[in-house]
Every structure is written in C-alpha cells, then in structure tokens.
Design a protein around this ligand. Structure first.
Ligand code: NAI
Length: 385
C-alpha cells in the first residue's frame, strides 16, 4: 500500500473499524490526496467490495481525481475521498444506516476538518444529515441542497466552449444562436441529463435522448425530445454526444462507430482508459475532459460549505455561478494546448492540474503558452489538426 500511496502522491490514508449492533464488522477508509489548495473534499462511497485492496485502490484513485478536479475548477479544496466497506454477508436493506453514518460522522470529525465528506455512490442526503449531527465537515446535507443544477450549468458551459472551439466561433453569442442548427444526443435523463435536455430544448436545439426509465422518456417526449433505444444512443449522428449516465461508456470497441463531433457530458470517467482520448482526437472528435466539465457540483458544494461555516444563508449566495462559468475558459485553454502540442487532451488537463497543485490557484505560468496562441475564428480548427 505504501508504494501505491507514494506513486499516486497520496498524503494520508486513514482506516477505521468498528463492530455494529448487528455484530458485523464495519470498515471505512478516508484518503487525503493533497491539501495544498485547502482541506480535502470528496464524496463517501458505501459499497460491498470483494476485497479490501480494491477499496484502498478505489479510494486513492478517486481522491487523486478530486485534487485534479478542484485544482482545475480553481476551488480552494484539496482532494479526498472515503469508502465504507459494507459487510459482504449483509444485504443493503439490512444495514442500520443510522448507526453506520453516526459512526462514520465520528470518523470524519476525528480528522478535524482535514477532510470534508459528501454524497457519492451508495449514499443519500438522509445519510449526510445523520453525519451532520456528528461533524460540521459535510458538504451535501439537506441544508446545502442538490448540486445537480450547478453540475448541469457547468455542462452547458462546457458544451458552449466545445462548440465555440470546434466551430471556431470563439464567442458565446455566436454559438448560442447556433444551437437551433445543432443536434444533441443525451445518454441518461437523471438529475443532470434532464436539466441539460430542458435547457437545450429552450435554446431551440434538436435533442435526442435515451434512458431505461420509461417515465423519464415519456416526460422528455412531451418536451419534443426524440427517444431512442439505450443501446443506440451512443451511435447517433449528432454534433454533441452528452454522456450523463455511466462511466466507461467510450471504449476501444465503439470508437469507430461514433458519429458525433464532440463528446461533452457529466458522467465520471467516461473513457475506459486514457488512450481513448488520443483515438478520439485521431477521429477528429473533440473530447471534453469529464472532470473539468462536471465540476459545477464541486464548485457549488465547496461554496455552500464555506457559507455555512461562516454562518451565512446558503440560498442567498449565487457567487459560485461565476466560477462555474470559468469552466469555459479552462476548457478552451486545454483544447488549445492539446491542439498546439498534439497531445492527449486528458494528459494536458492532468499536467495543468499538477502545476496548479504545486504553484497554487493564482499561478498563471501554467497557461502562458496557451495565452500566446490565438484561436482561429474561421473553419473547423479541430478537423484541421
Ligand atoms: P442520476 O442517477 O440522477 O441519473 C442517471 C440516469 O442515467 C438515470 O436516469 C438512469 O436511469 C440513466 N441510465 C442508467 N443506465 C443508462 C443507460 N445504459 N443508458 C441511458 N441512461 C441510463 O445521476 P446524475 O446525478 O444525473 O449524474 C449523472 C452522471 O454525472 C453520473 O455519472 C454522475 O456520477 C455524474 N456526476 C453527477 C454530478 C451531480 O451533481 N449529480 C456531479 C458530477 C458528476
């Protein structure tokens, strides 16, 4: 484990265990990747893991991802993540969640604010409310609210940046007026995908979507959205493919079948491996790194957390909205650098994040090369690569 921590530059890994009232053993791990920019913030996953090593690997990889996400979103937070390893013989419905999250809240409290927890796979707002009775270091209890609206705002901003770059218009007003001539394919009409679908329709766009939930599909059809089979959504001819459901959806097997110009959605870890980014570029498909475009939720959670700490009313503060808009600039810089250097776009984003982790959020040297590059205003710049 120490070797892995060293190679991933994880600062600390804290492990906890207890025996529940049901006599089962509960374990949790909190990984703190980097706190150079602020206390670590990241969700808590509550899952059955086949082996504890998988849980360690998961939590360290996810904590590292949060450091990079916060650095690129210019949020004053470090990267952290936690996992609760559910007893393998215990079914989800038999878990005493009141006990579990009271105990986990005490674990978080022991770290004195070095780690701020939030919702993730397998946890709900009600669990966060239980945690909030034990510690103030929680960023998605019901007093903070659903981050999906902010995430959707970030996705819309990212789509605008990608359209501007791809179609070389470099101006938000140009691309806004162009939505009506574009076709968007959305995978998943959940909290984020539904909001993105609504906003695109309001802009007059042609929207197609897929979701296994029949009721969501029916509501989408009522808005004029065409519904296709979930097996077919990724292969639709469209300008922008918007994955808002699952991770790993773009893999080696489907690259040649894609008929989109841009991929820009909220789902985490959309590419099954980093090399896919290069393969997409070779097909002239502009990929919008997921951890930049989906940072709206993190920006919102961080801002509301600090408002609560300062005793301010969270609902009155919308200053996070400007920060979400800065996703446009970050993406544009990454697009330009990747094109200028002919490099894997994910690699470029990672390098930029690492530089910010080292030099701080006010660093501008990381983008000095990008600032010297002017974006062409005519023609399909990405195709010209
Ligand atoms: P959600 O769970 O509300 O929505 C996911 C939707 O995808 C559901 O409607 C589900 O029925 C649908 N779905 C499942 N399998 C599908 C398939 N094969 N094809 C099409 N649709 C399918 O999740 P939410 O909150 O909308 O998040 C979407 C993605 O964005 C997730 O990957 C999440 O990790 C990521 N994300 C969400 C954030 C947030 O603020 N909610 C923040 C950052 C990332």
């Amino acid at each position: 484990m120490f070797k892995r921590m060293q190679s991933m530059q994880v600062q600390a890994v804290h492990s906890f265990q207890t025996i529940g009232p049901d006599n089962h053993e509960y374990r949790a791990i909190i990984a703190i990747h980097n706190t150079n920019l602020g206390p670590a913030l990241g969700g808590c996953r509550c899952l059955h893991y086949a082996h504890e090593q998988l849980a360690f690997d998961d939590v360290m990889r996810l904590a590292q991802g949060m450091s990079y996400k916060a650095a690129l979103a210019k949020v004053p937070q470090g990267g952290g993540k936690s996992v609760i390893l559910l007893p393998n013989k215990l079914a989800l419905e038999d878990i005493d969640r009141g006990f579990l999250f009271t105990w986990f809240g005490q674990c978080v409290e022991q770290l004195n604010g070095q780690y701020i927890t939030a919702m993730d796979v397998g946890t709900q707002v009600a669990d966060m409310d239980v945690i909030a009775k034990q510690t103030v270091h929680v960023a998605s209890a019901s007093n903070i609210g659903d981050p999906a609206q902010a995430t959707a705002q970030g996705v819309m901003t990212g789509i605008r940046a990608a359209l501007d770059f791809y179609f070389s218009s470099n101006s938000s007003s140009n691309s806004l007026s162009e939505y009506a001539t574009k076709r968007f394919a959305i995978q998943g009409l959940g909290h984020v995908g539904w909001r993105v679908a609504q906003q695109l329709k309001q802009l007059g766009a042609d929207v197609i979507a897929a979701d296994p939930d029949k009721e969501k599909c029916r509501q989408a059809q009522a808005l004029g959205i065409e519904i296709v089979d979930i097996e077919e959504i990724l292969f639709q001819a469209c300008d922008v493919l918007i994955p808002c459901a699952l991770g790993g959806v773009i893999d080696d097997d489907i690259i040649d079948l894609l008929e989109c110009k841009i991929i820009a959605g909220s789902a985490n870890n959309q590419l099954s491996h980093d090399g896919i980014a290069q393969a997409l570029a070779a097909r002239n498909i502009l990929y919008t790194p997921d951890y930049i475009i989906n940072a709206g939720g993190l920006i919102f959670a961080s801002s509301q957390y600090y408002n609560l700490q300062a005793g301010k009313q969270t609902s009155l503060d919308t200053s996070y909205s400007d920060k979400i808009e800065s996703i446009y600039q970050t993406l544009m810089e990454v697009f330009i650098l990747a094109k200028a250097q002919g490099e894997n776009i994910n690699q470029v984003a990672n390098e930029l994040a690492l530089r910010r982790l080292k030099l701080g959020l006010d660093d501008s040297t990381g983008l000095s090369n990008a600032n010297e590059i002017t974006l062409p205003r005519k023609g399909n710049v990405y195709d010209a690569a």
